[in-house]
Design a protein around this ligand. Structure first.
Ligand SMILES: NC(=O)C1=CN([C@@H]2O[C@H](COP(=O)(O)OP(=O)(O)OC[C@H]3O[C@@H](n4cnc5c(N)ncnc54)[C@H](OP(=O)(O)O)[C@@H]3O)[C@@H](O)[C@H]2O)C=CC1
Ligand SMILES: O=C(O)C1=N[C@H](C(=O)O)C[C@H](O)C1
Length: 265
């Protein structure tokens, strides 16, 4: 069976990688792209993208109305990605969302919509299998070492902080351990932000530097010991197997799944 796919954000770092992956995959067909700057063109008119006769739309609704698609991949920014995903669900086109930065309320709203429409949807904070394992190992470790902090490090072009992966990691750890205050009860920040963000007592520190790609360390501490669980993505190819898996899997779903760990076999 051939899966017809629309991609939003084709000129982006992830979007352009996804365009190439979809184009090279025999069972996938790229049928359209959504790009705020190139409406009315085709991909071959856009420098740096493969020379494909694929139509580009600026208006997502027009794209979903006119194009017969099975799956919609969003790799943009959270505000726009949320609207795209909502719209795709309204048109019964199954979203695979890599865009990070959605709030819990937004994810809940999309879940409701996917259930109402009986349309599958996958939101994956991280498509890299190694990152999913890192999060799962961290969840297990928190059973034994409940004091934990997260250090996520990304390239300096990243717009959202903390990363979607760090938020998801904290949520998974929270399933294992109670919310707890960490560090000295009387500790005080003499410089705002010194202790990072605080999610249910788990501190998240976001580093942004040129030279980095996507990296995370989950550091646990216990009496006389620490445990560090670390994952590194060195390029965006690391995410493409997860995108491929999600596209295939979303075809079999009738509701939203949040996190690749829920579809890995
Ligand atoms: N789940 C995962 O495994 C991964 C997720 N990500 C996430 O994917 C998203 C994209 O990342 P990345 O490719 O690195 O980012 P880029 O900045 O390289 O690409 C973002 C794309 O979105 C477009 N865009 C930005 N603002 C708007 C807007 N207001 N309306 C329409 N389009 C817009 C950009 O177009 P323009 O050039 O016009 O601004 C660009 O094409 C991020 O949220 C990132 O966190 C990234 C890596 C892995
Ligand atoms: O922007 C990125 O690059 C990445 N974003 C995702 C996130 O926010 O966790 C996934 C990965 O870390 C790369």
């Amino acid at each position: 069976m051939q899966i017809n796919i629309i991609i939003a954000g084709p000129r982006g770092k992830m979007g352009s990688e996804a365009v190439r992956m979809v184009h090279n995959e025999e069972a996938f067909e790229l049928v359209a792209c959504i790009d705020r700057k190139n409406g009315g063109k085709t991909l071959k008119d856009i420098e740096t993208l493969p020379a494909l006769d694929v139509p580009v739309f600026e208006d997502p609704e027009q794209c979903f109305q006119e194009i017969d698609a099975d799956v919609f991949i969003d790799l943009t920014v959270p505000e726009v990605g949320f609207e795209h995903t909502k719209l795709a669900l309204l048109y019964d086109i199954r979203p695979v969302v890599g865009t990070s930065g959605f709030t819990k309320e937004q994810i809940d709203a999309l879940e409701d919509l996917s259930i109402t429409h009986g349309t599958g949807c996958i939101i994956a904070p991280n498509f890299a299998v190694g990152a999913v394992l890192m999060m799962q190992f961290a969840k297990t470790a928190a059973n034994y070492l409940p004091d934990v902090e997260i250090i996520e490090k990304h390239h300096d072009q990243k717009l959202d902080a903390p990363s979607g992966t760090a938020v998801k990691t904290a949520e998974l750890i929270r399933e294992t351990r109670e919310s707890k205050q960490q560090g000295h009860p009387d500790e005080q920040e003499t410089l705002d932000g010194a202790r990072g963000a605080d999610k249910d007592g788990i501190h998240i520190h976001s580093v942004r530097l040129p030279g980095l790609m996507a990296h995370q360390e989950v550091v646990f501490g216990g009496p006389g010991q620490t445990l560090t669980i670390k994952h590194d993505s060195f390029n965006r190819a690391s995410f493409m197997e997860g995108v491929k898996l999600s596209v295939n899997k979303v075809m079999t779903l009738d509701k939203l799944v949040y996190g690749l760990e829920n579809i890995l076999e």
